[in-house]
Design a protein around this ligand. Structure first.
Ligand code: ZN
Length: 238
């Protein structure tokens, strides 16, 4: 390890802090996740209503078909009863009874069909309304995502570039120094390196004993701030 390693580490810290700042910016921007969740919920509700509508329509078609069958039987029995073919009064009376029963059944079906048609109207109205809600939320979600893309594109590009530079830099730094740095960064809120300026740690602003200054400037060993435990580096003269 030498002085250059510490300078590179100082540079790495600057890059990591810049990445962290940009990440923070992205984390607080609305990327449309909440709007998407709401949209999915309303879409599911729309599908439920559409399914309900299909069920009612199928039920109505079935009742209409049954009614046709009842009416056909009614017609056939009437033709027989009043076509002059039946002379037995008992048979005639039984037929009339059956015709009356079919008539009541047909009426019941008509009532049920009317009721269902009203329900279908209502559900169709609900489907239409829900479709409007879904369309509106879908536009809202698209708008938020577009805003997010536009508002954060700079930060995302910067992160991309910083990460590339970081990767190159890490390859140049002493490996054990690097892993020390990573561990410190985890413990110390992302800041593992502090500069020494005018004998003071520039992160916690506590004075560093004069006896250590030259060691820090030489950079042969890792010297940490006794107060905040960060690796101290002497900034480049330029
Ligand atoms: Zn300190």
């Amino acid at each position: 390890m030498n002085r250059d390693d510490l300078q590179l580490l100082h540079h790495l810290q600057a890059i990591d802090s810049a990445i962290d700042r940009n990440m923070q910016l992205l984390a607080t921007a609305d990327d449309g996740t909440a709007a998407k969740k709401k949209l999915e919920e309303e879409k599911a509700r729309l599908e439920e209503l559409q399914e309900k509508l299909r069920e009612k329509q199928a039920h109505q078609r079935k009742l209409a078909l049954d009614l046709e069958g009842i009416e056909a039987e009614q017609q056939e029995k009437s033709d027989r009863a009043y076509g002059g073919m039946v002379s037995d009064p008992k048979e005639l009376s039984a037929l009339e009874k059956k015709i009356a029963e079919l008539g009541r059944n047909a009426e019941r079906h008509e009532d049920m069909i009317l009721e269902l048609l009203e329900e279908i109207d209502e559900v169709e109205r609900q489907v239409e309304e829900q479709q409007e809600t879904v369309d509106q939320l879908s536009r809202e979600h698209e708008r938020i995502v577009a805003d997010y893309e536009a508002g954060t594109s700079e930060a995302r590009e910067e992160i991309e570039q910083l990460r590339q530079r970081r990767e190159e830099l890490v390859g140049e730094i002493d490996r054990s120094l690097c892993s020390q740095y990573e561990q410190l960064r985890e413990r110390l809120d992302g800041v593992a390196v502090a500069t020494l300026v005018n004998g003071t740690c520039q992160v916690c602003h506590v004075a560093v004993p004069r006896a250590r200054w030259s060691m820090i400037t030489r950079g042969k060993t890792v010297i940490k701030c006794e107060n905040c435990r960060r690796i101290l580096v002497a900034p480049d003269e330029e």
